[in-house]
Design a protein around this ligand. Structure first.
Ligand SMILES: [Zn+2]
Length: 165
């Protein structure tokens, strides 16, 4: 028995539904840029000895070319940098009160911090992204994302700093 009331699965569900609604309805679109990944060129074969394109068209590839010529899709490299952007919704709070500033060195420089909260399944993207675009502003992660939730971690909170360019 609880001191005041018992936390039932229904109460937890209500709480979760409320947060889900806030994220889904009030959340802003966050776009994170993942590190480019080297992938095989879909247009040519791979020469594992020379570590480059084998200059042979691969059936089904987007830009047919004559065997022996340079692949026009990867320019003979055989690999492509796959740039990946992932978008998701998150609640956004600029300069949140709960942020504990941690200074580098002795001088505290003014920083613009933004806190986001979204579903836990975007944790990996948040952790591994190179930067995020939050309300058209480029930001970088400054702290390991923090899982949140009542019983299970359903959400993840992240703190970002505006990159001054
Ligand atoms: Zn190619």
């Amino acid at each position: 028995m609880g001191k005041l009331f018992d936390i039932t699965p229904e109460i937890i569900q209500t709480y979760q539904d409320g947060i889900d609604d806030i994220i889904d309805q009030l959340g802003r679109i966050i776009s994170v840029s993942m590190k480019p990944k080297l992938v095989d060129c879909p247009n040519c074969g791979w020469d594992s000895f020379r570590k480059r394109s084998n200059n042979r068209y691969q059936a089904g590839g987007p830009k047919p070319f004559t065997d022996g010529q340079q692949c026009p899709y990867c320019y003979g490299k055989g690999k492509l940098n796959n740039v990946r952007n992932v978008e998701f919704k998150a609640t956004v709070a600029w300069n949140p009160k709960d942020f504990e500033p941690f200074t580098q060195g002795s001088v505290e420089t003014p920083r613009t911090i933004v806190k986001t909260k979204t579903y836990i399944w975007f944790r990996d993207h948040i952790e591994k992204c190179e930067h995020a675009i939050i309300e058209d502003i480029v930001c970088k992660l400054i702290k390991k994302p923090i899982p949140r939730g009542l019983q299970e971690s359903r959400y993840v909170v992240a703190y970002w700093e505006v990159i001054n360019k």
